[in-house]
Design a protein. Structure first.
Length: 103
């Protein structure tokens, strides 16, 4: 296990994860922080606990909609989705690499 110090909505947290999963945890933290800050900045929900619940409900609804029988990933397993995302990342990295040499 490894630990990471992260910040969510200005609050520091120390989180543990398995070796090699640090990047995934950092991405999850960034996604959650973005969602929670957007809810806070909208000004309609007060209190960190309520903001966290609203963010979690929103993400759960997004996940369930994607996994629904008529959703875009209905016939896909999570492993299949992850593999497709990995392939997309590789394609993007390959397409963007020549651009980096321009600057």
């Amino acid at each position: 296990m490894t630990t990471l110090d992260v910040t969510i909505m200005g609050q520091p947290y120390r989180l543990a994860c398995k070796e090699g999963e640090e990047l995934a945890l950092k991405q999850a933290v960034a996604f959650l922080d973005e969602r929670m800050c957007a809810i806070r900045d909208a000004g309609k929900v007060k209190g960190t606990d309520r903001i966290a619940v609203m963010a979690a409900l929103g993400m759960a609804a997004d996940f369930l909609a994607a996994r629904a029988g008529d959703g875009p990933f209905a016939a896909e397993s999570m492993a299949d989705v992850r593999e497709k995302i990995t392939v997309m990342h590789a394609l993007l990295d390959g397409a963007l690499a020549p651009q980096e040499r321009l600057f």
